[in-house]
Design a protein around this ligand. Structure first.
Ligand SMILES: [Zn+2]
Length: 223
């Protein structure tokens, strides 16, 4: 049985004020419906085109990604960008979600993300058998190195996929704009060998694994 759910909503185009009915996806069960995963990865479920002016608009309500096969749940909500995610989890923000999910301990990975890029990155990591905690730690290390050695600030960085033994990270710096950064697989492997056994067990708990989490983890390791 598929857990996928959507509803329809009237959206007003911020550019031309035209109003149209759009489909808003609340839950996407990719084990039951793999084609929806493809559409999600192409951002087709998260965006629509204004019928009047053609502007591409995004629907950024709460969206639950359900991957039963890999015991992975990812909940995307724009509120996580601003608010303290932990606070939201403790308050009533996730009550409905937890009611739906039922026994959380059955799920190994419960992740909270604030946007579509973060959501897609988690899916790509899962597809490549990589650990999102290690990836965030590597990104923090990369960021520090860039700032110290090149005085260049990484504004954004998302894992996209692999090419042989190279990890591809879509990266944005003030100097170069968006470009593809290549990270040798070895770096990931080294991080896994060194830190793997120190990573906390997060199964059954909603967690936001982002750069702030990684910075906290690194701090706790060096104290
Ligand atoms: Zn429009």
């Amino acid at each position: 049985m598929s857990l996928t759910q959507f509803h329809r909503e009237i959206h007003r185009c911020p550019r031309c004020t035209y109003e149209q009915e759009v489909v808003v996806w609340d839950r996407v069960d990719v084990t039951a419906e793999p084609d929806l995963k493809e559409r999600l990865l192409r951002k087709q479920l998260q965006t629509f085109d204004c019928e009047n002016c053609g502007e591409t608009l995004s629907v950024s309500d709460g969206l639950l990604y359900i991957d039963q096969e890999n015991s992975l749940l990812i909940y995307r909500h724009p509120l996580f960008r601003e608010a303290e995610a932990e606070l939201l989890v403790q308050k009533d923000g996730l009550d409905q979600l937890n009611e739906l999910v039922g026994d959380l301990s059955q799920w190994q990975n419960l992740r909270l993300v604030s946007g579509d890029n973060e959501l897609l990155e988690k899916i790509h990591l899962q597809d490549n058998g990589l650990d999102d905690r290690l990836m965030e730690i590597l990104k923090v290390a990369l960021k520090v190195r860039y700032e110290e050695e090149q005085n260049n600030i990484i504004e954004a960085c998302f894992f996209l996929g692999t090419d042989g033994d190279i990890l591809l990270l879509q990266t944005e710096t003030a100097e170069k704009g968006w470009y593809m950064l290549e990270m040798p697989w070895e770096l990931y492997q080294n991080a896994a060998d060194t830190l793997g056994s120190n990573l906390p067990d997060l199964s059954g708990r909603w967690t936001m694994i982002d750069q702030r989490w990684a910075a906290d983890f690194i701090r706790s390791m060096t104290e």
